[in-house]
Design a protein around this ligand. Structure first.
Ligand code: GRF
Length: 213
């Protein structure tokens, strides 16, 4: 799996992907880290590992030209799978089509709750606390043309505790994200994911060959 990771912020999920690769839990190479913003820490994390980085900002650009740049750079780096790890810009429909079934996003809530336009960062956790839900969590999903609506690949809950602030809850969810995102990517790398309509089925891991007695 030749992975491009798109990130707009701190890149702790990117770090979790690097760590999973180093630990042998994810058979992949991060071929490229892309951001819409220069100076974000995600880019620094990539540079520290000599991973190529690029900044492409769609703001005020013609979408066709932006899409052509994206496809060009992904092609140059031999990318065959995309992970959106805290990437805050809308993905052009042309890229969604080109990477159909090969682009994952991580969202820090149990979708379809607390997702969609405007639901990012601490707002998600504040909304969950104010709504009064007892559980929130993280969702890894395939990317479609809208925000946070693609087929769910993995999803796990964490409790919302009575004294939680958005910051405390965010940290609890983030710890889960760091395990869930590499796990989901590894399922794709192993070819274990099947899509039927919008339902995702995960095939059992192949068993190791039985030893002759
Ligand atoms: C994560 O909570 C992710 O779910 C959301 O943005 C945040 C990114 O954090 N989409 P980081 O940049 O990976 O630290």
């Amino acid at each position: 799996m030749q992975l491009a990771v798109f990130a707009s912020g701190s890149g702790s999920n990117l770090e979790a992907i690097f760590n999973a690769i180093d630990a042998g839990r994810l058979p992949a190479t991060v071929a490229l880290v892309l951001s819409n913003k220069a100076g974000v820490f995600a880019l620094e994390r990539a540079r520290l590992r000599d991973v190529p980085t690029i900044v492409l900002d769609p703001t005020g650009r013609d979408e066709a030209a932006y899409l052509a740049d994206l496809l060009g750079v992904l092609n140059t780096h031999g990318v065959d799978f995309i992970a959106l790890a805290g990437y805050l810009k809308k993905i052009p429909a042309g890229l969604v089509a080109a990477f159909h079934g090969r682009m994952l996003n991580i969202h820090p809530a149990l979708l379809p709750a607390f997702g969609g336009p405007g639901m990012f960062g601490q707002r998600i956790h504040r909304a969950a606390i104010e709504y009064g839900v007892r559980w929130t969590g993280a969702t890894v999903h395939l990317v479609d043309e809208a925000y946070d609506t693609g087929p769910v690949v993995l999803q796990e809950p964490v409790p919302v505790k009575p004294d939680d602030t958005p910051e405390v809850l965010a940290a609890r969810v983030l710890a889960l994200e760091h395990r869930l995102f590499p796990e989901a990517l590894a399922l794709f790398a192993a070819g274990r994911v099947r899509l039927e309509g919008r339902r995702v089925f995960i095939d059992e891991a192949p068993r190791p060959p039985a030893h002759a007695v």
